[in-house]
Design a protein around this ligand. Structure first.
Ligand code: SF4
Length: 387
């Protein structure tokens, strides 16, 4: 799956280049190949990402013969919106079908001073974190750049952002949906560059956040090519527990991960920036006072703020939501240790499902989820026999 032209094995036909996923520079190359000036690339970038125009015929500052020639090699192909649900609190959730038929999810969370879009980078995920609905599906494939930036386009379009006067907008993007973004490095970096590009969405680097579970070599590489905001998904304060919850920890243990996050910050031109530490709290798993103190000690050298996320249970999940008492105690300990701590409030309760659950029910191609459910049922039967 690519943004460039490809030959279909079934039909033998050449698929056109998807212009949606190309940078201004790559679009400039394309026009040069057509014997045109490079600045045409910027013009088409603005048509697609600032004016929301996907029909080449409407791009009126390109001559008719040029539009006709462009249409022979390129087009703008958007992912398909299968469903779009609105919560009473303004949260909006989409189910989006990609080429090949698999689905992903995307969520928009409005707040008083911003609107945050949570974007997916892969169909499924190979990292198999123990508490994650997406991980239970296994890995299907990486998203193309067009499929990642296409999510931003779809959200912006649905809020009327491409015409003046929109009351809601995408002001922030978090690469925190389905998938591990650093496992789809090139496409994610290209898509984030489009989010930042003043001729496309023009978001500030502080308003685009990449969240990773700890693919250390890729995180080191990211610091060489990007300076977006960083979130690290820890979920445990020591290796023994994290090895169980986030299996990639066995390859890149906590100390290596945190040192890599520190190196990422050190490469930033703006040394006031902090990493966001994501910590999903699960009842009697990682929510004890000693866990909070251990976490405080672990993060001592890392400029950071901590975001506590009460676990959102899904059918078949092995974990329960943290109690309010444990959540408050955990937060207070970190606060007393001098950390800035936020608690993610549950939004969109009436349309809620754990991230990845909805798409997982549609996809389930690898049958991993079905196998997982069968295993769970078996365990429950054994428990009943033993009781
Ligand atoms: S939590 Fe993130 S990295 Fe872990 S399995 Fe889920 S999507 Fe993948």
């Amino acid at each position: 799956m690519s943004d460039e032209s490809t030959v279909s094995l079934e039909t033998g036909q050449v698929a056109k280049v998807n212009l949606l996923g190309l940078s201004g520079s790559r679009l400039g190359d394309l026009f040069e190949e057509l014997g045109e000036k490079r600045f045409r690339g910027t013009q088409i970038l603005k048509w697609i990402h600032q004016m929301g125009t996907c029909d080449l015929d409407e791009m009126s500052n390109l001559s008719k013969p040029l539009r006709t020639r462009l249409a022979t090699i390129g087009e703008v192909r958007l992912p398909e919106v299968v469903s779009c649900q609105d919560s009473v609190d303004g949260t909006r959730k989409w189910l989006i079908r990609l080429e090949g038929g698999s689905c992903i999810e995307m969520v928009y969370i409005p707040e008083r001073d911003r609107g945050t879009l949570c974007v997916s980078s892969q169909i499924g995920c190979a990292l198999d974190c123990a508490f994650c609905a997406t991980g239970k599906q296994g890995f299907n494939r990486d998203l193309t750049t067009a499929e990642i930036i296409g999510q931003v386009w779809i959200a912006a379009n649905s809020f009327g952002q491409f015409v003046p006067g929109a009351t809601r907008r995408v002001t922030n993007v978090v690469m925190m949906g389905m998938g591990e973004p650093l496992m789809n490095f090139d496409h994610v970096v290209d898509a984030m560059n489009l989010m930042l590009d003043d001729n496309a969405y023009g978001l500030s680097k502080r308003r685009v956040t990449l969240s990773t579970a700890g693919v250390v070599p890729a995180l080191d590489k990211l610091g060489d090519v990007s300076d977006v905001s960083l979130a690290i998904s820890l979920h445990a304060p020591n290796d023994a527990l994290r090895n169980q919850l986030v299996p990639i920890n066995r390859k890149y243990p906590l100390r290596e991960f945190i040192d890599s996050a520190r190196r990422y910050l050190d490469k930033m031109p703006d040394n006031r920036r902090k990493v966001t530490v994501e910590y999903t709290l699960m009842d009697r798993v990682n929510d004890r006072s000693e866990h909070a103190r251990e976490l405080a000690e672990l993060l001592r050298e890392l400029p950071c703020k901590i975001n506590l996320i009460p676990f959102n249970p899904f059918p078949g999940a092995d974990f329960k939501r943290v109690t309010n008492t444990a959540l408050n105690r955990f937060r207070d300990i970190l606060h007393d240790e001098g950390y800035t701590v936020t608690v993610r409030t549950t939004r969109g309760d009436d349309i809620a499902a754990a991230c990845g659950q909805l798409a997982g029910e549609v996809n389930d191609k690898t049958r991993r989820q079905a196998r997982y459910k069968r295993r769970l049922e078996k365990q429950q039967v054994i428990k009943m026999i033993e009781a």
